[in-house]
Write a protein that binds this ligand. Structure first.
Ligand SMILES: Cc1ncc(COP(=O)(O)O)c(C=O)c1O
Length: 419
């Protein structure tokens, strides 16, 4: 290990990274997760790591609740209340009131429900406005919802959003932290600007919730959705969450009028009457196995101060960026994520013409990040369980791959179905 004076500026030695971990106030939270030995997992912004408590929770659910208690568990084990209960646990992570959040369906389906429901509130306004390069499911869902709701979908570059807002804007649909480079909108400012134009804003929090400071109530946000399987650690395909501000809840009606969103699901009436409050955004029977896994994922935040999470995210990002600058210079990697913390999320992305091959070579060397077409390699910095040594090791393995040109091995060019 070289001394601080003999090292190029920006680098730190492994023992210094370990010292940062030892001083990390969140260090104990890492033990709540199963992280395979030797693997550096930098994809928790896509699929969160497995909370150790999840296996036992699933075992109990399957063997005792489903196996023994069977259908009685809907009441006796609180299955029927799980969408509200888990929603209420997500609420403090996003700055919402407990009864403003519910877990249901996927993010895509929740986007559909809220776009169509919101459209009906201002029938004279025909524009659904979103950003070019927004996550594609948001734009795809928006196009279908717009067609059904009689809206016109306008997709414009970020710089043009403000000018495109106007008296015809019904809804502004934005992803708070961009999935690729990690640019973050100022939620309060954008929401206020849309409101001034008479429009509502629907936020996709998929890359924010569980890592980035969020204060939906403070920002005046009215509508939001987000993924359960990313920073919330809810497991593959975990159900998503949906937020509607208290003041708006009784005015919105879901276009998916399922029995679970009915005021009296077990009255078996022919007519639809929406349940009071956020429950009207349920459609079908809640997925209890997935909800239980998500609950375990959200419970793994218990006791973690949100400010400490964000402070650590900033520190992990800064170390990653500094090490790449110092150790990987001259290889064509360009950091495309904003350096200012208030303008970004909790992942760091680099462009490179051979990002795909570099990403595959890294995975082969035990550093799991991901590739985003056409030329981005992305690393999720999950502050709840990652450490500074992880960042250090990842950049050293990246440097070795670049220095040796090992990414040119033809096996790293083979593409799977999920890239
Ligand atoms: C911004 C954003 N929205 C939505 C999704 C996916 O939503 P769904 O839960 O429907 O798969 C993702 C997935 O990566 C995403 O990044």
């Amino acid at each position: 290990m070289g001394s601080a004076t003999s090292r190029p500026s920006g680098t730190i030695a492994l023992d210094e990274a370990r010292a940062l971990d030892a001083a990390d106030p969140l260090r104990a939270f890492r033990d709540r997760f199963r992280l395979p030995k030797g693997l550096v997992y930098l994809d928790g912004n896509s699929l969160g790591a497995l909370p150790k408590a999840a296996a036992e929770r699933q075992r109990r659910l399957v063997e005792e609740e489903w196996g023994e208690e069977l259908i009685r568990s809907w009441n006796s084990r609180g299955w029927i209340d799980a969408p509200q209960r888990v929603g209420a646990k997500i609420a403090p992570l996003i700055g919402a009131k407990p009864h403003e959040v519910i877990v249901a369906d996927s993010t895509s389906v929740n986007l559909f429900k809220l776009i169509v429901a919101a459209a009906a509130l201002a029938p004279g306004r025909r524009q659904l406005l979103s950003e070019a390069g927004n996550f594609h499911t948001d734009l795809h869902i928006a196009s279908g919802a717009a067609e059904l709701a009689g809206l016109r979908l306008d997709i414009v570059p970020r710089e043009g959003l403000e000018a495109a807002l106007g008296p015809d804007t019904n809804l502004l649909l934005l992803t708070h932290v961009h999935f690729k480079a990690g640019f973050r909108f100022d939620m309060a400012e954008v929401t206020a600007r849309a409101k001034a134009a008479g429009a509502r804003t629907l936020w996709d929090l998929s890359h924010s919730a569980g890592a980035v400071p969020l204060d939906l109530n403070g920002a005046g946000a009215e509508l939001a959705v987000g993924c359960g399987y990313k920073y919330l650690n809810g497991g593959p395909g975990a159900p998503a969450f949906l937020y509607v501000a208290e003041a708006l809840q009784e005015r919105l009606v879901s276009p998916l009028r399922g029995w679970m969103g009915h005021a009296a699901p077990f009255a078996f009436t022919d007519d639809y009457a929406p349940a009071p409050g956020i429950a009207r955004f349920l459609a079908g029977t809640p997925p209890i196995l997935g909800l239980a896994a998500l609950e375990t994922g959200v419970d793994s935040f218990a006791g973690a101060p949100l400010e400490a999470l964000w402070a650590k995210s900033i520190a992990l990002f800064d170390l990653f960026a500094r090490l790449v600058e110092a150790r990987c210079a001259g290889h064509g990697l360009a950091c495309i994520s904003p350096r200012e913390p208030e303008r970004r999320g909790s992942h760091i992305s680099f462009s490179h013409p051979n990002a795909f091959e570099i990403c595959q070579a890294l995975i082969a060397d035990g550093v799991v990040g991901d590739f985003r077409a056409p030329d981005v390699v992305r690393f999720g910095l999950t502050p709840l369980y990652l450490g500074f040594e992880d960042v250090w090791t990842a950049v050293e393995r990246l440097r070795a791959i670049l220095d040796t040109g090992r990414w040119r091995d033809p096996r790293f060019a083979v593409r799977g179905k999920v890239t």
